[in-house]
Design a protein around this ligand. Structure first.
Ligand code: 13P
Length: 283
């Protein structure tokens, strides 16, 4: 059964590792992630953006994730990534989704609180857990594009009030990571993360982990990040392998054949990221 993220994140927080949240897009990407996570005995979060749902359909993604969760005995959550409207979140809650992110981080503090609390109150009646963002990540994730100038870091002084007044279950922090790849080496504000950890007791979430050096992600985990979001660094090996296969086999036309090298390349990236999160062998 698909689970919410409460227990898996609290266990990770206590035991000092992070649950990887991998962005999924279709049947194949879900298959690779759940099969690999189960082999490595890792919990896993399947993260789907509004763009993924417009492409594949909320009902299809929900149904595929449910089959995955029945097939394997390690915890699997389907999670709404960067959703901005109550209507879309409600549609997934009705379908049985148990983990949601409401991203109102582009609104001023009071408006952010108001929108997040509204979602948290609703989602909790469905037994679902809620993540929200304070501060704003730069970069691009599907249709969500944030200029560097519009991004800002999480203010530790407001973080506790934000968590208390909204009733959220996990908090996404902005400490210098961005969605997508980096133009120059990212400099993370580790002190800020430590300060937020001191004042907030809910699990902390690190978005934009693609392109962050392994040791920096590990340091964030040691400082208290217990959900790590990864999209770009799975999409790239999948697409590169697919492209290579089609270039080398210009007559290939069977998706069951040309998807295989792509899935294999993505699997290697999933293994690497699960190892980075230290979530292998935890279930
Ligand atoms: P990356 O594409 O940078 O890995 O970001 C993923 C993410 O944070 C999803 O919310």
């Amino acid at each position: 059964m698909l689970v919410n993220t409460k227990e898996m994140l609290i266990k990770a927080q206590k035991e000092g590792y992070a649950v990887p949240a991998f962005n999924i897009h279709n049947l194949e990407t879900i298959q690779v992630i759940v099969e690999t996570a189960n082999q490595l005995r890792s919990p896993v979060i399947l993260a789907a953006t509004p763009g993924t749902f417009s492409y594949a359909g909320r009902d299809y993604i929900q149904a595929i994730a449910e089959v995955a969760a029945k097939r394997y005995d390690t915890p699997i959550a389907l999670h709404l990534d960067h959703h901005e409207t109550l209507e879309e979140i409600k549609a997934s809650l009705e379908l049985g989704t148990k983990s949601v992110m409401i991203d109102a981080s582009h609104h001023p503090f009071e408006e952010n609180i108001k929108r997040v609390k509204e979602v948290a109150d609703l989602a909790h009646t469905y037994g679902a857990t809620v993540e929200a963002e304070l501060g704003r990540l730069g970069g691009q994730e599907d249709d969500l594009v944030v200029d560097e100038a519009d991004s800002f870091y999480t203010d530790p002084a407001s973080a506790r009030e934000f968590v208390e007044r909204t009733g959220i279950d996990s908090l996404a922090v902005a400490i210098g990571t961005a969605h997508g790849l980096y133009k120059s080496e990212p400099k993370l504000d580790f002190d800020r993360l430590a300060k937020v950890r001191e004042v907030v007791d809910v699990p902390l979430v690190l978005h934009g982990a693609s392109g962050i050096p392994f040791e920096d992600v590990r340091r964030c985990i040691d400082l208290g990040a217990c959900k790590v979001n990864i999209a770009t660094e799975l999409k790239i090996p999948f697409s590169d392998a697919l492209r290579k296969f089609l270039v080398e086999n210009p007559d290939a036309s069977d998706p069951r054949k040309y998807m295989e090298p792509a899935k294999k390349a993505m699997k290697e990236a999933v293994i690497e990221k699960i190892t980075m999160c230290k979530s292998d062998g935890t279930y």
